[in-house]
Design a protein around this ligand. Structure first.
Ligand SMILES: NC(=O)c1ccc[n+]([C@@H]2O[C@H](COP(=O)([O-])OP(=O)(O)OC[C@H]3O[C@@H](n4cnc5c(N)ncnc54)[C@H](O)[C@@H]3O)[C@@H](O)[C@H]2O)c1
Ligand SMILES: [Zn+2]
Length: 371
């Protein structure tokens, strides 16, 4: 079991460890039992994950001497709502949970975000640990303490910052993950390659060419490296005052593409298209060398993610979503008009925020990416 320590600025007491390994469930259970938290845990999960892993996880935690209840929500982003969080809180109340009760988020990013949110507000805050089961959650969402739910006004509109007590990443969970969801998570690992460590891009491209994307050593390497990079950024800027924004590389245009597709494209697919656009814009506007941009794009292609905008979406729909985003921000912040921040890179591993991009350049770039 490999370990990384997250040490938050000025908050040493809230430091926590990220454990990465294969078949570490029993060790994780022992670690939780040893951590001094009351022996009472509530595992929050979704139906899909519960059917595949729920009993096994409960048995391991019980074997370590913990008293376990499971609370199971319906899966999917459409259930990432305040109502689900209220349901978690109601369950905790009915179980007589108190401030010593530990929540275990067992699932993908949706379960992680909601469990963290519930933990942050139940009795003004109780502890929780992350046990991520998707690749996206293992390389990204389980670390950093952002919690939340979607609202009518937008994705993640309600939320808090609440750091987990620990993160246990067991790649065994990924064995049951369907191909498309697995690939979606690779987009985030490619993002870490682009914004900080180009070696990740070579590693991913090579593994894809050798049909080794599910190999244990490869997975452990890219998860560990992605977590290392994310933790370094969170340590410097926990509340996204500035630096943490670089984690949005590919996400501004990606979110617009995702929405314009009517959410037919997965998050990873949309982010892959968004990263391609951000790469092309970085070449045009900030002198990113073409060969370096190609490293990102060939990693995207190698893992089977798209880098072209599907013809049935069209550029106008994407731009409409981008300007809708911009307009709504302008309306909300009438006094200090905010402009969309695009994350660009001047070289591989050298990201920065660039406010606003000329509409003509944006349109020309997206036109070059039409299928
Ligand atoms: N907090 C953060 O910093 C952060 C960062 C990135 C993304 N997110 C959030 O993460 C969410 C996306 O996460 P996701 O992609 O993990 O989606 P998800 O949680 O919806 O999981 C995707 C699907 O995979 C299923 N699943 C999960 N683990 C499985 C397994 N081991 N085997 C088989 N099926 C499994 C789930 O039931 C679900 O249907 C979004 O809501 C996004 O906003 C949060
Ligand atoms: Zn993402």
């Amino acid at each position: 079991m490999n370990e990384l320590k997250v040490t938050l600025k000025g908050r040493r007491d809230d430091s926590y460890r990220i454990h990465v390994g294969e078949g570490i469930l029993e060790k994780a259970a022992m670690e939780i039992a040893r951590s001094g938290i009351d022996r009472r845990c509530v595992v929050v999960t979704d139906n899909t994950v519960d059917a595949l892993h729920g009993q096994r996880v409960q048995a391991a935690l019980e074997k370590a001497g913990l008293r376990i209840d499971r609370f199971i929500l319906p899966p999917g982003e459409e259930n990432k709502t305040i109502e689900s969080v209220v349901a978690i809180a109601a369950c905790l109340t009915s179980l007589g949970a108190d401030r010593q009760t530990l929540l275990v988020a067992l699932g993908g990013g949706v379960i992680g975000d909601m469990t963290g949110f519930a933990a942050s507000i139940y009795m003004r805050g109780i502890p929780f640990v992350q046990m991520p089961t998707t690749l996206l959650a293992q390389v990204d969402s389980s670390i950093g303490g952002k919690t939340g739910v979607d609202a009518v006004s937008g994705k993640n509109m309600l939320g808090t910052f609440h750091q987990p007590r620990a993160v246990f990443i067991d790649i065994d969970f990924l064995k049951t993950l369907p191909e498309e969801i697995f690939r979606s998570g690779l987009a985030e690992a490619i993002k870490y390659g682009a914004i900080e460590n180009p070696a990740l891009l070579y590693d991913i491209e090579k593994a894809a060419s050798e049909n080794a994307l599910r190999n244990v050593s490869f997975l452990l390497r890219i998860i560990h490296e992605s977590c290392r990079i994310k933790k370094g950024i969170v340590e410097l800027d926990e509340r996204e005052g500035g630096l943490r924004r670089i984690l949005n590389f590919g996400h501004t245009i990606g979110h617009a593409v995702e929405a314009a597709s009517g959410f037919v494209l997965s998050h990873g697919e949309a982010v892959a298209i968004g990263m391609t656009a951000a790469t092309r814009l970085s070449e045009k506007l900030h002198g990113l060398p073409f060969e370096e941009g190609e490293r990102i794009i060939s990693a995207i292609r190698a893992v089977g993610l798209p880098c072209m905008i599907p013809a049935d979406i069209g550029i106008d729909a994407v731009i409409a979503k981008l300007s809708l985003d911009k307009k709504s921000r302008d309306d909300v912040h009438k006094k200090d008009r905010k402009i969309i921040n695009y994350i660009m890179i001047s070289r591989l591993g050298k990201p920065f925020a660039h406010a606003a991009i000329d509409d003509d350049i944006l349109r020309e770039t997206l036109t070059g990416m039409m299928q």
